[in-house]
Design a protein around this ligand. Structure first.
Ligand code: ATP
Length: 300
């Protein structure tokens, strides 16, 4: 059997991200809302049945991305072959557009797209739940990236509850300065919040979810929050520069995504978003305009 499938690997932004505790195994317990956006990599997967498993990965767009077993998409292919009992040669090609180490889950998105692509090529042997389980073993953000849309994310990021997505709007996503190591960002938060042995403030994504349900963009933006933002702002001055520039250009809201340093601005119209992006370009910062993707992906 041979076949080829190309899947879009969509980035995510965090509309809300709080830490509500820490497990004894060191994992942080999260509560927040993730939103899929149209900024994406393209992942093409070729499969040829053979007696032995081999995985081969090539990429365009960012020479810094690993193409060996350190790449999450590579590991996803390996895991999918094992989970389905198929054997053969997998060639993955990634056209990389999502900024790396930016808090946009680019690696998780590529892994999720690889899992979806191989499952499709094999005629959907794994159910949606099994596909998410296979992904969760590789990274906490992967189940969300497999399903897409807008979801409340709890637990270590693996407990997903669908909710209403962003109302019609245009987004600018930009980042500058050094990428952020997610483990280091967590370590800094641990220092700041005494290892999360006591509850830290009130996490209240219900109010944000309610505003999403009502389609009220101003209230949604007023209820966005990200516990990582102040920590990363101290290390990367561009976070504030980008947020301020987008707000001055009329963004209804602007905030850092995940552990940063990418910042997104939410505009009512594409025209306003393009003006926001032009302002960033004027001060030497690159980014892109995209839209929310509110629908979940088809997994069968
Ligand atoms: P998250 O928001 O989930 O913390 P991120 O967007 O901050 O993720 P990624 O772009 O996923 O970060 O990359 C983090 C690191 O993972 C990179 O520095 C890179 O070495 C490694 N990596 C592994 N596979 C990939 C991939 N397919 N794309 C990008 N980075 C990858």
């Amino acid at each position: 059997m041979t076949g080829r499938v190309t899947e879009s690997a969509y980035a995510k932004i965090n509309l809300s991200l709080q830490i509500v505790g820490k497990r004894t195994d060191g994992y942080h317990i999260l509560d927040g809302v993730m939103q899929t956006v149209s900024l994406r990599d393209a992942v093409t997967v070729d499969f040829e049945a053979a007696a032995e498993n081999t995985v081969f990965l090539t990429a365009d767009g960012n020479p810094a991305m690993p193409t060996d077993g350190r790449n999450l998409a590579y590991r996803a292919a390996d895991a999918l072959l094992k989970a389905t009992g198929r054997t053969g040669s997998v060639h993955i090609h990634i056209e990389k557009n999502i900024p790396m180490a930016g808090g946009l889950a680019g690696g998780s998105a590529d892994a999720a797209a690889t899992l979806r692509a191989l499952n499709r090529l094999f005629g959907f042997p794994l159910s949606a739940g099994e596909l998410c389980q296979t992904g969760a073993a590789l990274g906490a953000d992967i189940p969300f990236c497999i399903r897409g849309g807008t979801m409340r994310t709890q637990g270590i990021g693996d407990l997903l509850t669908p909710c209403a997505g962003l109302p019609p709007c245009s987004l600018v996503i930009a980042c500058a300065g050094d990428g952020v190591s997610t483990p280091l960002a967590y370590a800094e938060l641990d220092r700041r919040y005494g290892d999360f042995t006591h509850a830290v403030g009130a996490s209240n994504p219900e109010k944000l979810i309610d505003a999403l349900q009502k389609g009220d963009l101003s209230t949604v933006c007023g209820r966005m929050d990200n516990i990582f933002e102040s920590v990363i702002c101290e290390r990367n001055p561009y976070v504030e520069v980008i947020r301020n520039a987008l707000t001055e250009k009329g963004a209804v809201g602007a905030m850092m995504s995940g552990s940063g340093p990418s910042v997104f601005g939410i505009f009512r119209t594409e025209r306003e978003a393009e003006a926001g992006l032009a302002e960033l370009k004027r001060i030497g910062i690159s980014g892109s305009v995209c839209t929310p993707v509110n629908r979940e992906f088809s997994l069968c």
